[in-house]
Design a protein around this ligand. Structure first.
Ligand code: HEM
Length: 466
């Protein structure tokens, strides 16, 4: 039995999920009912620092494993993000870790910086030609290009063309269309699983639509597999992810299952590593434009630290304390992964944040709710980088865990930090940035598994350095 401490709600969880406002509805429920809320018959949502620890950190006894929600995606759940079996995952994580080690990141830094330099130039050129630039697009170009280059051996050509030009549309359009399709598929399947009876009725009336979505997901898989086969047969000494995966993967063969697994990893890396980083970049710029005093402080920090833009690299940008605090605050106020990563309670049950949870119950910590809960942060809707600097007795900082934690925590967080630090430091070093029009970021950003980001229209002008 679920502990008496939590209320049972007749809550239209999946309807909210499809409406795009689910993270904010979850926050409202937590504000009303507390840090543990039972959101569907077999599911409890949490919003506390302790729950992050209890559910996701390594623990003695049975673990909380990824739920069957992860099987909704493509490649049948046998790639790094979606695999559920802990033994299979540990094996994958071990050989993937080498592609994400400090040494590998150093090998990859030049490739990443080269794309960031193209992004910086491209933003300026577009502003000159068109007056305004949509930074949301440019952050997508940049982060998809970086992961494209590292995971597939080919950038999508976004920062080079700066528009849906022939190379870009041929590669990214197909991929992103397929990507969105596969996410929509995952979303619908998730909703149907929660309400099997309703699901059966729904499916009976919507066969064509569902088949359409499944076809797009299939296209995603075939396209990914083709690109990976090209990469596997390419002779190159480029130190991209595939270099390490092909070197360290235990199965040294040319079989269909080997190709499928490499394709699955590459697809998972694109999904996990591009949208999330692009969201953070846009959220940082949005809030800097909202808060001129904060923008001024971070600009002074960057200008006080560098003489030339080329001096900004992973080693020199990482110590910029205020910039780092700005990024942490962006990750708190708008967590890039908007859903609570779902886990099954171990068969013998467990205690999460003081609540007894029976075996098999679906649990998660909701990132938005935990990051914005008034019991965790003072003025939670205010963008205050100072929370992350010096002593802080007002906030429970561990309540926000944008990269999650434990064995299934983000393997790419060092790479994400590298991208955030260099990109933002170089952008702010080179340009004065002004907003064009108005934007309420939270209102304008629905969530459909990933955030559907609004346009971030800005004017940029090269700074004249004294
Ligand atoms: C700001 C940027 C990022 C954020 C906020 C973020 C967040 C997360 C979160 C919350 C998880 C746990 C997901 C879950 O339990 O379902 C995760 C896992 C993961 N992330 Fe990231 N991520 C970011 C960037 C990246 C990058 C750049 C890469 C790769 C290039 C990456 C690769 C992965 C992978 C492979 C996993 C699955 C790890 C495993 O299960 O062993 N992420 N990330």
């Amino acid at each position: 039995m679920l502990s008496h401490k939590i209320k049972i709600l007749a809550y239209p969880y999946s309807r909210d999920f499809l409406s795009g406002r689910q993270p904010w509805r979850m926050l409202a429920l937590h504000e009303k009912y507390g840090p543990a809320v039972r959101v569907s018959p077999n599911e409890v949502s949490f919003a506390s620092a302790q729950s992050w620890h209890d559910i996701y950190a390594p623990r003695k006894g049975g673990e909380f494993l990824k739920s069957n929600w992860y099987e909704n995606g493509s490649f049948g759940g046998h790639a790094i993000v979606s695999v559920r079996d802990p033994v299979e995952h540990a094996q994958m994580r071990k050989y993937l870790s080498r592609a994400f080690s400090e040494a590998s990141l150093r090998d990859q830094e030049d490739m990443i910086t080269d794309l960031i330099a193209k992004y910086i130039d491209g933003v300026g050129k577009t502003a000159k030609a068109e007056g305004v630039v949509n930074l949301t697009d440019w952050h997508n170009f940049l982060t998809f290009d970086i992961i494209g280059l590292l995971a597939f051996g080919k950038s999508f050509g976004g920062v080079e063309s700066g528009r849906l030009g022939p190379t870009y549309s041929a590669r990214l359009s197909l991929f992103s269309q397929a990507f969105v399709g596969s996410i929509a598929h995952a979303n619908v399947m998730d909703t149907l699983k929660r309400f099997p009876w309703l699901g059966a009725v729904y499916l009976a009336f919507n066969q064509g639509w569902l088949k359409g979505i499944a076809r797009v997901a299939d296209r995603h898989m075939s396209y990914t597999k083709k690109v990976i086969e090209d990469r596997i047969s390419e002779k190159t000494d480029r130190k991209d992810f595939m270099h390490y995966l092909l070197r360290d993967h235990p199965q040294d063969d040319d079989s269909e299952s080997f190709h499928m697994q490499m394709s699955g990893h590459a697809a998972d890396l694109v999904v996990a590593g591009s949208e999330t980083t692009a969201t953070t970049l846009s959220v940082v710029v949005h809030y800097l434009l909202e808060k001129p005093a904060i923008f001024k402080t971070v600009t002074e920090e960057i200008h006080g630290s560098f003489e030339k833009e080329e001096d900004i690299n992973a080693t020199t940008a990482a110590p910029l304390k205020y910039l780092h605090a700005v990024c942490l605050e962006a990750l708190r106020i708008f967590p890039p992964l908007p859903i609570g990563p779902p886990r099954d309670a171990p068969p013998e049950g467990a205690v999460v944040d003081g609540v007894s949870i029976p075996g098999g119950t679906l649990v998660s910590t909701n990132p938005c709710a935990a990051s914005m809960f008034s019991k965790n942060f003072h003025n939670p809707s205010e963008f205050i980088p100072e929370r992350w600097l010096g002593e802080n007795k007002d906030d429970i900082l561990e309540a926000t865990q944008p990269f999650s934690l434990g064995k299934r925590g983000c393997i790419g967080r060092n790479m994400a930090w590298l991208e955030l630090h260099i990109t933002l430091a170089r952008l702010i070093f080179r340009y004065e940035i002004e907003r064009e029009g108005q934007l309420d970021w939270i209102e304008a950003t629905p969530m459909l598994l990933f955030w559907q980001k609004p346009n971030l229209m800005v004017r940029v002008k090269e700074r004249i350095r004294k």
